[in-house]
Design a protein around this ligand. Structure first.
Ligand SMILES: Cc1cc2nc3c(=O)[nH]c(=O)nc-3n(C[C@H](O)[C@H](O)[C@H](O)COP(=O)(O)OP(=O)(O)OC[C@H]3O[C@@H](n4cnc5c(N)ncnc54)[C@H](O)[C@@H]3O)c2cc1C
Ligand code: FES
Ligand code: FES
Length: 459
């Protein structure tokens, strides 16, 4: 494939690149830019963080899960490009020196690039910004001090308007379609081609399983597919919209969903991972399908010029089996809205670590109450079956009943009718059943005004 992008301000044009060459390998092996480190090669440590700028802004991404074609038409800044042209250190670099934020230094380039990207994006929650950057020897106190100090400084002039310059549009070609129509046409002609979206799943198949992907097509150029649009009666999420984009878009409409998304992986992964990928991968423990199902979302699937719309809950047929055909792709997800109704969605994610961890159980509850009675209930779980699935027995045990603790406790027992979960490394079957049903009680307790947060202390 032929691509063009800016690297630390310089236009780079590459011909015949291997579409699954990672930015990390290319920077280190072909460009000698070894400041970008390889720690885990699977998106967990952040040592490989680079800054990428395009029409949507500037963000930190893990270079180990970023294939070169995804850079087409974008600007990349590595740690080597952070200091000013006159050699002045970036404020984050300066603060890391002043506050002794680096000991062995292996994590430092990734941390510095992450914080610099966060500064440009106006992120003030440094813990959240650094959740995907592991440091094993300095300890986070000096790093946080450096982060806070640097945040007081303005974004340096040389990074204020990161140019996307002559490489702005990149090189056009069929495997990097720039419109949904072009993607549909390509997939119709090449039905076995693999769609690469954020590559946060696919990157691992390549890096860890050494899988040959065969024919690929990238959606990273399709701006119309990366939008989240809010209309009075629906929210339309383009399949290539990132998890971070959705998190920001949902803050006013479904704040609990948005808060859960802050615990989806790390900033770097959220900046890459798409909602389409999180659904189409068919994972039983993806974090977005249960809340989307609880909201009554539907999927817009397209093959050539033919489109069909199905409920998201009907997309997941069985473990590893989805209702999608060769040449077909997810174009968008539609979430219905009733601007007059209060937001009743709550989402609870249980994982072994608070940040950067896959769910053991995730429950999404959307229960409407009228005159003290349950008017409707849409409840969906991840991690309880081979697919993300609605809890129809629990729902039936609630609807029409008074919204009381007795009703809730009776409905909790119905979880064994809905699910027979597996025991695996994340949780046992017994834990999953108890934790999943307790989430319903938690929802009710919160409705009663009870504080249930396990991350805060109240007297
Ligand atoms: C460190 C790390 C932490 C993670 N943490 C979480 C987490 O907390 N929660 C969670 O849910 N997931 C997590 N994941 C998994 C991953 O980030 C998500 O599943 C992500 O949403 C996948 O989206 P993507 O765009 O990266 O997909 P890709 O890797 O590009 O693709 C995944 C699959 O979807 C297909 N696909 C992509 N887009 C479309 C489309 N529009 N139509 C049809 N098929 C399509 C691809 O062909 C492929 O089969 C984590 C991953 C990593 C590496
Ligand atoms: S090398 Fe660890 S996240 Fe990329
Ligand atoms: S300074 Fe050694 S890992 Fe962070």
């Amino acid at each position: 494939m032929d691509i063009a992008f800016l690297l630390n301000g310089e236009t780079v044009t590459l011909r015949d690149v291997d579409p699954t060459m990672t930015t990390l390998d290319w920077l280190r092996d072909s460009r000698g830019l070894t400041g970008t480190k390889e720690g885990c090669n699977e998106g967990d440590c952040g040592a490989c963080t680079v800054m990428v700028t395009d029409a949507q802004g500037t963000r930190g991404l893990n270079a180990c899960l970023l294939f070169l074609p995804q850079l087409n038409g974008k600007a990349v800044t590595t740690v080597e490009g952070l200091a000013g042209p006159d050699g002045n250190l970036h404020p984050v670099q300066e603060a890391m020196v002043t506050h002794h934020g680096s000991q062995c230094g292996f994590c430092t380039p990734g941390i510095v690039v992450s914080l610099a990207a966060g500064q440009i994006a106006g992120e003030t929650d440094h813990e959240q910004q650094l959740a995907g950057n592991l440091c094993r020897c300095t300890g986070y106190a000096p790093i946080m001090k450096a982060a806070k100090a640097a945040a007081q400084k303005p974004v340096p002039k040389w990074l204020q308007d990161l140019p996307t310059g002559p490489a702005r549009r990149g090189l056009s070609q069929a495997k990097l379609p720039a419109s949904v129509d072009a993607l549909a046409e390509f997939l119709l002609a090449n039905p076995s081609a693999r769609i690469v979206a954020g590559a946060t799943d696919i990157g691992l198949w390549v890096n860890k399983d050494f899988r040959d992907l065969g024919e690929v097509v990238f959606v990273s150029q399709i701006e119309e597919m990366a939008r989240v649009e809010t209309a009075p009666y629906m929210i339309r999420i383009g399949a290539a919209a990132t998890v971070e984009h959705l998190r920001l878009a949902l803050q006013d409409h479904h704040p609990h969903f948005a808060r859960m998304l802050a615990r989806f992986a790390s900033a770097q992964v959220r900046n890459a991972a798409t909602i389409g990928g999180n659904i189409a991968n068919g994972s039983p423990i993806g974090d977005t399908p249960p809340p989307l199902i609880a909201l009554g979302a539907s999927l817009l699937l397209r093959r050539g010029d033919f489109t069909r719309e199905i409920l998201l809950e009907d997309f997941f047929l069985d473990y590893g089996r989805q209702d999608i055909h060769p040449g077909e792709f997810v174009e968008a997800i539609t979430v219905p809205r009733d601007p007059g109704a209060p937001d009743r969605l709550k989402v609870y994610k249980l994982s072994k670590r608070f940040d950067q961890d896959i769910s053991a159980v995730l429950g999404a509850f959307n229960i409407a109450i009228e005159d003290g009675k349950v008017q409707s209930a849409r409840i969906a779980f991840g991690g309880m079956a081979g697919i993300p699935k609605r809890a129809t027995a629990i729902e039936a045990a609630l609807v029409g009943k008074p919204w009381t603790r007795e009703t809730v406790e009776a409905a909790m027992g119905a979880i064994t009718e809905d699910f027979t979960p597996l025991s695996d490394l994340r949780a046992s079957m017994g834990y999953r059943l108890v934790a999943g049903s307790n989430m319903l009680l938690r929802y009710w307790l919160e409705d009663e005004g009870m504080a249930t947060s396990v991350t805060g202390v109240s007297a």
